[in-house]
Design a protein around this ligand. Structure first.
Ligand SMILES: Nc1ncnc2c1ncn2[C@@H]1O[C@H](COP(=O)(O)OP(=O)(O)OP(=O)(O)O)[C@@H](O)[C@H]1O
Length: 282
C-alpha cells in the first residue's frame, strides 16, 4: 500500500499526543440552543456545542438520538427550527446552502458515491462544478488518491461497484476533501467495515485530519473508536446534548448513561481477556 510520506502514528503515540496538546480556541462550528422537530418528535432539543479549529470531535449516542440531524443542520441539509448555528463565525442561515456545502466536506456511511461515475469522476465532481480547469482537477484527483492511499493506476478508472467497502470509504474521504474544505463532517464513515479495515482507515484519517489542519466531526456508534480517534466526545440522548468533553472529563460525569457508555470498551476488553489467552502466553 502507498504511504506517500504520510506518517501514520502508532496508537500509543497518538493518544499521548492528543491528551497533551492544548486545544486551539477559535470556534469553527457553534451550536447554540439548537432545536429541530419532525412533526411532534424533537430530533434535536436545545443542543449547544462548540467545535474548535483543528479539533476532532466524535458524536456518540443511541440510535435515533439526533446525531445525524445535528450534523446535517451544520451544512443546511436540514434547517433548524430554533437556536443559532455558526460556521467559521457566520450564521449558516445567512450563507447560501450550496456555497456552505462546498466549504464543508461530508463523508457518508456508505461512501455515498455516484455509482455510474468512475473513482476519478466521483472525486473530481465538486471541483468540476466549481469550474476548476480540467488539468488542475486531474492533478488534484491524483493528489487526493495518494492522500487516501489508493493506487492511482489501479483505482482511478474503476466504478464504485468494483471497489471494496474500505476502498469506497477512502474515495468518499477523497471526494469530501476535493474542494479543500477546512471542516469535514463524517456520518459513521467506518461503521460498515470489518474491524481491521476500520482501524486502518480511522488511523489514516486521523493522520490526514492533523496534517491538513482539518476540523472534523464524526458520528460513531463505537465508543472505542471515539476514545481512540477524537479529542473530545459529545454524547446525545433523546435529542439532548447530554455531555461533552475529553474521555477523561467524561469519565468524571455524574450521568449514569455517560458512564455506562465509557465503561463499554473496558468491559469488552475484560471479557476478551477472560476468553483469550494473554498475549505471549499462547
Ligand atoms: N426526515 C425525517 N423525517 C421524520 N423524522 C426524522 C427525519 N430524520 C430523522 N428523523 C427522526 O429524528 C430522530 C433522530 O434521527 P437521527 O437520524 O438524527 O438519529 P441518529 O442518532 O443519527 O440515529 P442513528 O444512529 O440510528 O443513525 C429519529 O427518531 C428519526 O426517526
Amino acid at each position: 500500500m502507498l504511504r506517500m510520506g504520510l506518517v501514520i502514528p502508532s496508537l500509543g503515540g497518538r493518544v499521548s499526543e492528543v491528551s497533551s496538546r492544548p486545544m486551539p480556541s477559535r470556534t469553527m462550528i457553534g451550536y447554540s440552543h439548537v432545536s429541530k422537530s419532525f412533526g411532534h418528535l424533537k430530533a434535536v432539543d436545545d443542543a449547544s456545542l462548540d467545535i474548535a479549529e483543528g479539533e476532532f470531535l466524535a458524536v456518540v449516542g443511541g440510535s435515533g438520538s439526533g446525531k445525524t440531524t445535528l450534523l446535517r443542520l451544520a451544512n443546511r441539509l436540514i434547517e433548524a427550527d430554533g437556536g443559532t448555528i455558526t460556521v467559521e463565525g457566520e450564521e449558516v442561515r445567512n450563507v447560501d446552502p450550496v456555497a456552505l456545502r462546498r466549504r464543508i466536506g461530508y463523508v457518508f456511511q456508505s461512501g455515498g458515491l455516484f455509482p455510474h461515475l468512475s473513482v476519478a469522476d466521483n472525486i473530481g465532481i465538486t471541483p468540476k462544478l466549481l469550474g476548476v480547469a480540467t488539468a488542475e482537477i486531474d492533478a488534484r484527483i491524483d493528489e487526493l488518491l495518494a492522500l487516501v492511499q489508493l493506487d492511482r493506476t489501479a483505482h482511478r478508472d474503476r466504478l464504485p461497484e468494483a471497489l471494496s467497502g474500505g476502498q469506497r470509504q477512502r474515495v468518499g474521504v477523497a471526494r469530501a476533501l476535493a474542494a479543500k474544505p477546512r471542516i469535514v463532517l463524517m456520518d459513521e464513515p467506518f461503521g460498515a467495515l470489518d474491524p481491521l479495515t476500520r482501524d486502518a482507515l480511522g488511523d489514516d484519517y486521523r493522520a490526514l485530519h492533523r496534517s491538513l489542519g482539518l476540523t472534523t466531526v464524526m458520528i460513531t456508534h463505537d465508543m472505542t473508536e471515539a476514545i481512540l480517534l477524537a479529542d473530545r466526545i459529545a454524547v446525545m440522548r433523546g435529542g439532548r446534548m447530554l455531555a461533552q468533553g475529553t474521555p477523561v472529563e467524561l469519565s468524571k460525569s455524574d450521568d449514569a448513561y455517560v458512564l455506562e457508555l465509557l465503561r463499554t470498551p473496558r468491559r469488552q476488553v475484560e471479557r476478551l481477556n477472560a476468553l483469550l489467552p494473554q498475549s505471549g502466553a499462547a
